[in-house]
Design a protein around this ligand. Sequence first.
Ligand SMILES: *Cc1c(COP(=O)(O)O)cnc(C)c1O
Length: 388
Amino acid sequence: MMGRTRACLRNLVQSLRVGSSSSYKIGGYYASQAASSLQAEYKPLTRSPGEDEYADVDWDNLGFGLMPADYMYTMRSTKDGVFEGGQLSRYGNIDLSPSAGVLNYGQGLYEGTKAYRTEDGRLLLFRPDQNAIRMKMGADRLCMSCPTVEQFVDAVKQIALANKRWTPPPGKGTLYIRPLLMGSGPILGLAPAPEYTFLIYASPVGNYFKEGLKPLNLYVEDEYHRSTCGGAGGVKAITNYAPVLQPMSRAKSRGFSDVLYLDSVNKKNLEEVSSCNIFIVKGNVISTPAAVGTILQGVTRKSILEIASDQGYQVNERTIPVEELVDADEVFCTGTAVTVASVCSITYQGKRIEYKVSDQSVSRELCSTLMGIQTGLIEDKKGWIIEI
Ligand SMILES: *Cc1c(COP(=O)(O)O)cnc(C)c1O
């Protein structure tokens, strides 16, 4: 696998030395005619991608905005659903048919994972196979062809290695890696697209806990729902996210950090936040809503359940009525972007419930263990870490 990754990088360096452009065509890329006309505008690289050197970024002031790293990865399916010919190219716009399935019928999935730079300069990935498996589940739900787990993980490795310069120094942040799968083939009548494109890009993101933690103020939404029984809330379908923007903007305009959703049937059980999972702590018991199809099963959620159990907590995946928020000692959210974020208040039907947030909290303890494993400071005894 390592050999393959390096070989792909070598090919990339060669193709980039020939020429590339900021606009990138899916299909017919690297056409040799195009390369010569682009040569003038493209400055050849003087270093190889992945060479250990930092990009020109103010690492101390990283936010969460998009700062595209040099390279993206693209792989297309053949008509019979087999993915092949994946390659790295410079980050840039893609060429897409107006009748692509993703544009017309929302046939798309996304994933999110991170690369971590260790103190001694190694690059680590955290459970990317779990993202690959989740993408496969989503692809089945949306009738899409999907890369194999091995192809997915190999591509994530290539992206991390090629964009190593964009991976922040340890303690300053991480390289956020965003895989996408979309119906890129043209279709008019409602049906699965005839062709699929797997694409990955990356962006350095700041460390959430840079200046101490910023606890969240959540708003419990009882009008809108994120997910419904039998819907696609349990997979990372891109169509799950535009509908949360309205309640989210409304909550943000009222000073809240994000929205906590309830189930759409009883309108009384906790589900999750717009893009992260929720946990409540009461004594020695840590609970999170059971993943019954309406909740996205986060890799962070799964890992925290395991870490908490190892540390002697009783962990539960169950139905959690909203009333339980009143008695909880602590509430926290989990996700790749936030890692583990403490919640300091939750507002439900005009009542605000407040939680003590301290450095000794259960969520801080779980977070430091998880981050310790992710950044290589704590030995990984679970086979979660892939070193590139
Ligand atoms: C991605 C996501 C999460 C968190 O999943 P991780 O794998 O932990 O990043 C939780 N909820 C929703 C709705 C999500 O989209």
